[in-house]
Each structure stands twice: as structure tokens, then as C-alpha cells.
Design a binder for this molecule. Structure first.
Ligand code: NAD
Ligand code: UDP
Length: 346
């Protein structure tokens, strides 16, 4: 298929480009580099033999989308582009609605103009909110507690409405749990621009000596060791879920919602211990109070994705920590000092 990948230079998008090209899809990236650098695409090209074009532009720019649609003529869109920081979303709610909801609207409107009828959307397990039961299945009530989560849920509703109005259309909504890890080449990975909000990149920066200690946000939760439990998923498994979703979208119509997680959960202390084993160093920690808005435990029931799309996660916790450490230690400053464009053996 010909696949337009919005936000393709980002963390999850870049890994997905590699998996899409490995399966013979032709890809085109649209990214405004708000949270990425073009150097990412140089590295993706060096790791792949597939066909990739790219445009620098904003998903809210209808004229730019029309240009990409008429030039590239996608069969499907994978829509990653968005803002993703939960804390920031409370400070800048209009920006989050503008990009995450307005951007999704603009993409769908451009797809309508071009007659493109298949979309895969990056949603988040955060749409569920406080668990009524665990593991969450896709029928769990959706009561997001952050602006970020609300924008993802609003976009889901728009996508569902679009498929109802267009019986020949398909929207696959993937609710990601906690993506971590990096490509096995250690050439692409997560490269937060500021202080990492998320656990894994923060631990990695402590391990490399950029930060003194990890602050554990609360060890008084009702969990086995008192720290928060999450369903961490290797980013390559997540990338492959998009390939499976495209295949699924090619043979179905309507909206489908799928949890993308492993079905297992680990505590903050489990993650620190696993990372310490991977890097062979102690990770200093200090315990602070709970982070506002955090919940004790999240875990996916990912059986719907397995049954309907034939997708299941295969990477282990060790794969997650080892690949993060390999990426972090080979690229202590992320993509910042990129000069090398040579071909890397995948
Ligand atoms: P990321 O920030 O690394 O990637 C997003 C990409 O979109 C970046 O390359 C950024 O430059 C681009 N972008 C942002 N605004 C844009 C705009 N207006 N026009 C064009 N490009 C734009 O984030 P990620 O971790 O790769 O996440 C990808 C998607 O998955 C996001 O929609 C995010 O909300 C969602 N998601 C991420 C996580 C996570 O923990 N990483 C969890 C659940 C859902
Ligand atoms: N966490 C932590 N210290 C940090 C970052 C995260 O203790 O510096 C904890 C957080 O409270 C949660 C887990 O790690 O229990 C995962 O947090 P993250 O922000 O990575 O993902 P979330 O599930 O909140 O989206």
C-alpha cells in the first residue's frame, strides 16, 4: 500500500516507517518537526531499502495536505502527528485541541477530498481514566482525566462518526499503553527534547550520568511494592501493530478500537531493577509524593487485537531495557549532533 505517515519523524512514527517498508509498503512522511528532527529520516533511510518521500508541513494545513494527497496518492494514512505531554496539556489546552483534534479533522477532510478511505489513529490508554476494573478491555468506560486524554477521545469520536457517515471507510483506533525501547540497530530511539516526562527515558538519562537520580512518584500505592504499575510495550511491537492494523483496515469497513499492550504490568521499581541489569550500573532513586493525575495501575487486555488483527507483542522486558540502553549509550545526546548519513546494515 501507499501509506501517508503523519508525525513519521517522531519516536513511534520512525520505528513504524521501518516496519512498513520492511513489509513492502511505500511511505510518505508529513511532519512539522515540532518534536523531531529531519536527521531521524536520514537514519530511517539508512536502515531500510524501501521507498520513502517526505514533506515538512503541518497537519492543520489543508493546502499542504492536498498537495501531499495529490502527489503521493495514499491508499491509507497512519496519523501519529500530535502533542503528547499530559502536564503541558493542562497549561495549553487550546494548543492540544487545535493539534490533536483540529489536526485529525484536517486530515480526514483532506482524505475526503482525495477519496482516501483508510486511517490508523494513535490513541492512548489514558482515554480510560481511573480503572473500574483491570485489565482494561476496549469496552471499559472512557473518562479521561487530562486534557490530553480528552483530545484523544474527541478524535476517536470524530473518526467513528466519519466511518458511520462513509460505509466504505475504515478507521483503526489503536490505544497504546506505555511504549518504551528502541530499534535493535540503536540508530533510532526516543529523544526527549527537555526533561523527560516518562519513566524509561528518565531512567536512561540517570544511567548515562545526565541526571543524578530518578524521582519515584509515590511508593504508597495499593500495589505489591507501592509504586505504580504500567503495561510497557516495546516500540517495535507497537510499530508492527500498525502494519497489522493496515492489513486489517484493507479488509474491513467501519471503526475498530484495539488496545495495544502486552497484558503484563511492571512497577516503577521493577523497571529500575531491569534497567540496572541491562546497563550494569546502579540507578539512584529518591521517593517523592505522587504525581498529580497518576493512577495506581494500568494493564491491557490485548486479546481483541490478537483475535481480529493477528497481532501480539513478542518482545520481553529485557528487550525493552537492553534496547533503550543500547540507544542511549550510543547516542548520549540523541539526534542532536547528527552528521553521519552513511548506510547502516539493518
Ligand atoms: P513524538 O512527539 O515523538 O511524535 C509526534 C510527531 O508529530 C513528531 O515528529 C512531531 O514533530 C510531529 N508533529 C507534532 N505536531 C505536528 C503537526 N501539527 N503537524 C505535523 N507534525 C506534527 O510522539 P510519539 O511518542 O511518537 O507519539 C506519536 C503519537 O502517539 C502521538 O499522537 C501521541 O499522542 C500518541 N501516543 C504516544 C504515547 C507515548 O507514550 N509515546 C502513548 C500513547 C499515544
Ligand atoms: N514515574 C516516576 N518517575 C518519573 C516518571 C514516571 O516514578 O520520573 C512513574 C509514574 O508515576 C508512573 C510510571 O512511572 O507510575 C509510568 O509513568 P510515565 O510518565 O512513563 O507513563 P504514564 O503511564 O504516566 O503515561
Amino acid at each position: 500500500m501507499r501509506v501517508l505517515v503523519t508525525g513519521g519523524a517522531g519516536y513511534i512514527g520512525s520505528h513504524t516507517l521501518i516496519e512498513l517498508m520492511a513489509q513492502g509498503h511505500a511511505v510518505c512522511v508529513l511532519d512539522n518537526y515540532k518534536n523531531a528532527t529531519p536527521a531521524v529520516l536520514q537514519r530511517v533511510r539508512a536502515l531500510s531499502n524501501g521507498t520513502m518521500t517526505d514533506y515538512a508541513g503541518d497537519v492543520r494545513d489543508g493546502a499542504m495536505l492536498d498537495k501531499v494527497m495529490t502527489t503521493f496518492k495514499p491508499d491509507a494514512v497512519v496519523h501519529f502527528a500530535g502533542l503528547k505531554a499530559v502536564g503541558e496539556s493542562a497549561e495549553k489546552p487550546l494548543d492540544y485541541y487545535d493539534v490533536n483534534v483540529g489536526g485529525t479533522l484536517a486530515v480526514l477532510q483532506a482524505m475526503d477530498r482525495a477519496g482516501c478511505r483508510r486511517i490508523i489513529f494513535s490513541s492512548s490508554a489514558t482515554v480510560y481514566g481511573e480503572p473500574v476494573y483491570l485489565p482494561y478491555d476496549e469496552d471499559h468506560p472512557t473518562r479521561p482525566t487530562s486534557v490530553y486524554g480528552q483530545t484523544k477521545l474527541a478524535a476517536e469520536h470524530i473518526l467513528t462518526g466519519w466511518t458511520k457517515a462513509n460505509p466504505d471507510a475504515a478507521a483503526v483506533i489503536l490505544r497504546y499503553f506505555n511504549p518504551v525501547g528502541a530499534h535493535h540497530s540503536a540508530r533510532i530511539g526516543e529523544d526527549p527534547r527537555d526533561t523527560p516526562n516518562n519513566l524509561m527515558p528518565f531512567i536512561a538519562q540517570v544511567a548515562i550520568g545526565k541526571r543524578d537520580a530518578l524521582t519515584i512518584f509515590g511508593d504508597d500505592y495499593d500495589t505489591p511494592d507501592g509504586t505504580g504499575l504500567r503495561d510497557y510495550i516495546h516500540v517495535v511491537d507497537l510499530a508492527r501493530a500498525h502494519v497489522a492494523a493496515l492489513d486489517y483496515a484493507a479488509r474491513t469497513n467501519g471503526a475498530g478500537i484495539f488496545n495495544i499492550g502486552t497484558g503484563q504490568s511492571y512497577s516503577v521499581r521493577d523497571m529500575v531493577s531491569a534497567f540496572s541489569r541491562a546497563c550494569g550500573r546502579d540507578i539512584a532513586v529518591k521517593v517523592a509524593s505522587r504525581r498529580a493525575g497518576d493512577i495506581a495501575a494500568m494493564q491491557a487486555d490485548a486479546s481483541r487485537a490478537r483475535h481480529a488483527m493477528g497481532w501480539t507483542a513478542t518482545h520481553t522486558l529485557e528487550d525493552m531495557t537492553a534496547s533503550t540502553w543500547a540507544w542511549q549509550s550510543a547516542n548520549p545526546n540523541g539526534y542532536q549532533t547528527e552528521t553521519d548519513t552513511s548506510k547502516i546494515t539493518p
